[in-house]
Ligand binder design. Structure first.
Ligand code: AMP
Ligand code: MG
Length: 401
């Protein structure tokens, strides 16, 4: 057994991002607004409208010109509902106005109805001191024509789509979906719904990664289960390289195992078997088959989960042009003691309880249930010990989608 030093997570990430920068998906497509959620904007969104497009009322109340206040009570000369185009304000009067309604020309203030008194003849008395501009949303207070609202490379979620909609656009340019061929390797694997053979286990990784890939804007080519046979693996990769932007496999990456994927990549170019300084998820195969990048994740579902979240996810976002690919993380206090330093950085499944990170009792990489119990991963640096209350970096699972 060779004793090559383990690769730090940062270095693996840097190499994967360098690969992704080189690969970048240049082509974009035009999508309907409704179909663009989860995709990445291909060009800057430049405002073609001031928002709001005209000054409008932030309250239900009365619009007036403060110069008329000394003549109060003021007669109501018009009613302005949202969606109406008002007349100019008659001097010496006020206008009944509702939230979102355009401000009549000549008005310079809105008073909310709670601070007024309506007299028997319908005229209005203003009870509080008033200021110019009060309760008015100025034209362009959110943005002006020509402002860059969203940059190319921005992931589009509901908030971003609402901004696009606010500009009146029904379509937008997005980066095309990366096509990811998903392979589960292992002689022991059986898909759910099939009878379990002696010695076999059900395939958890396929469904885990298929839906996670979907969340990241990828189109999944479901390539099924592959036995641990180099010839079959090679044949499969030959088929998949035609259509895939990435071949993502799980299992069969640990050396000494039926290390099929690594073997095939070795025969076909420059394979890299990375031994990462990370737990769970030490072995990772990265390379190319022909021109197509291949990432081989470890087979244990929790190892696959951690390495996909920390390494494959940023890679897949970066090939779509996303600049900021790192999950938000923050410091939490350990709710456990960590007396034995490890040589690898550990990512533990934890739940936040009373502000502290509580450990799922079984942190084995073969145990997937911890991920459904936990809120996220806490990072325990290599060669370190910790006590209850020590600060540790926490990555919420929600940040990995
Ligand atoms: P490997 O990376 O192939 O050495 O697999 C490591 C462990 O993960 C073994 O116990 C495998 O049976 C298990 N495993 C591999 N692939 C899957 C999968 N798709 N679903 C569930 N367990 C798996
Ligand atoms: Mg295997």
């Amino acid at each position: 057994m060779s004793r090559t030093p383990l690769m730090p997570v940062e270095e693996a990430l840097n190499q994967l991002l360098a690969m992704a920068n080189e690969q970048g998906l240049a082509d974009s497509e035009v999508l309907a607004l409704d179909d663009a959620c989860g995709r990445v904007l291909a060009s800057d969104l430049v405002a073609t409208l001031d928002l709001p497009p005209w000054p409008n009322s932030a309250m239900d109340g009365y619009a007036l010109n403060l110069a008329d206040l000394h003549r109060q009570p003021l007669k109501v000369s018009q009613k302005v509902y949202a969606g109406l185009a008002p007349d100019a304000l008659l001097p010496g009067t006020c206008a009944r106005i509702f939230t979102g309604a355009p401000l009549p020309l000549g008005a310079n203030c809105v008073e909310m109805q709670e601070n007024t008194e309506v007299l028997e003849d319908g005229s209005v008395r203003f009870l509080q001191p008033l200021k110019v501009g009060q309760n008015i949303r100025a034209q362009g207070q959110e943005n002006r024509v020509g402002d860059i609202l969203l940059r190319a490379g921005k992931r589009l979620g509901p908030f971003e789509l609402a901004v696009v909609a606010g500009q009146g656009l029904a379509q937008l340019h997005v980066v095309r979906r990366p096509r990811v061929a998903l392979l589960s390797t292992g002689d022991e694997l059986v898909d759910p719904g099939q009878p379990l053979r002696p010695g076999s286990i059900y395939n958890s990784n396929r469904v885990l990664l298929k839906h996670w890939l979907g969340e990241l804007g990828c189109e999944v080519i479901d390539a099924g289960i592959l036995p641990d046979r180099p010839a079959q693996t090679r044949l499969k990769l030959e088929q998949l390289q035609v259509s895939a932007d990435l071949i993502l496999a799980t299992g069969g990456v640990s050396a000494g195992d039926a290390d099929c994927l690594g073997q095939v990549l070795r025969d076909n170019g420059k394979p890299l078997l990375w031994k990462l300084a990370i737990k769970p998820g030490k072995p990772l195969t990265v390379g190319h088959f022909g021109a197509v990048p291949v990432i081989g994740l470890p087979g244990n579902p929790t190892s696959a989960l951690v390495t996909f979240g920390l390494l494959a996810r940023p890679y897949l976002l970066r090939i779509q042009g996303v600049e900021d690919v790192m999950p938000l993380s923050f410091s939490v206090n350990a709710g456990f003691d960590w007396p034995k330093p490890g040589s690898r950085r550990e990512y533990l499944r934890v739940r936040l309880e009373a502000g502290r990170a509580a450990l799922y009792p079984n942190q084995s990489s073969g145990v997937l249930l911890g991920a459904t119990w936990a809120d996220g991963l806490v990072e325990v640096p290599e060669n370190s010990t910790h006590s209850v209350g020590d600060p540790l970096r926490f990555i919420p699972f929600s940040e990995l989608f």
